[in-house]
Design a binder for this molecule. Structure first.
Ligand code: MP5
Length: 228
């Protein structure tokens, strides 16, 4: 078995916990309040924006044969941002002036820290785990979401065939990177896989609960300077 499948097996309880998150089931069943979904949209828009520099740092460390696929993924992220903007407009919501919650901020810092400080195979593990998490999560939503739901384009984006093909490609490449890595590096990759899964769960949880910043009320943490 390759590294990726092996990790998914080791983490299966955590992974299943993620896939049965009330945010996903509520979106699928149409019972999730609209404000809750909008909160996810606003925070994930910030996450996708931040994923672009994450890919930029990955690119600087990537072997030449990974450069084109990573560049294409950056292009896909720009399309994704446009999808968020289009959906926000369609439902009369705004993505402007949103401040990251603690969880969103922490996850973005984690992405950037791994990209800058860790080896390419380690950072690639985070990339794979995050993309695989979204593919699997949105496949859960697809099983039962009303086809006329305004959230359907998100399902099509991450649960669709094109994204599935991209995740399968990442898996093959991750397995090769892990094969070439020594046991210590593989152990670090494994730990990053676990941490990324935990961040994914935390992100759904933040969207569902509306948790902002520990110790600060919404009226305080959401205010930022107009120059920010
Ligand atoms: C992804 C995402 C998928 N948009 N948000 C989170 C919290 N995790 C994973 O990444 P991408 O780059 O949008 O495909």
């Amino acid at each position: 078995m390759g590294f990726a499948k092996d990790q998914l097996q080791v983490l299966h309880r955590l992974w299943e916990h993620m896939l049965s998150h009330p945010f996903l089931l509520g979106t699928r069943d149409g019972t999730l309040p609209r404000e809750t979904f909008l909160r996810w949209m606003q925070q994930d828009y910030l996450f996708v924006e931040a994923a672009i520099p994450f890919f930029g740092v990955l690119l600087s460390k990537a072997p030449p044969h990974h450069r084109r696929p990573l560049s294409q993924a950056v292009e896909a992220l720009h399309k994704e941002l446009a999808l968020f903007e289009e959906r926000a407009e369609a439902v009369g919501a705004s993505l402007e002036g949103v401040v990251p919650t603690f969880t969103c901020h922490a996850y973005i810092q984690f992405l950037m820290a791994t990209a800058y400080q860790r080896s390419y195979p380690e950072a690639y593990t985070v990339l794979y785990a995050a993309e695989k998490a979204y593919h699997d999560s949105w496949k859960v939503v697809r099983q039962g979401l009303d086809p006329s739901s305004p959230w359907m384009p998100f399902v099509e984006n991450w649960a669709g065939e094109a994204f599935g093909g991209y995740v399968a490609y990442l898996e093959t490449e991750l397995d090769l990177l892990a094969e070439a890595a020594g046991p210590k590096e593989r152990a670090r990759m494994s730990e990053l896989f676990r941490l990324t899964t935990l961040y994914e769960i935390a992100f759904w949880d933040m969207a569902l609960s509306g948790a902002g910043w520990p110790g600060a009320t919404d009226d305080i943490w959401q205010v930022r300077s107009s120059e920010g």
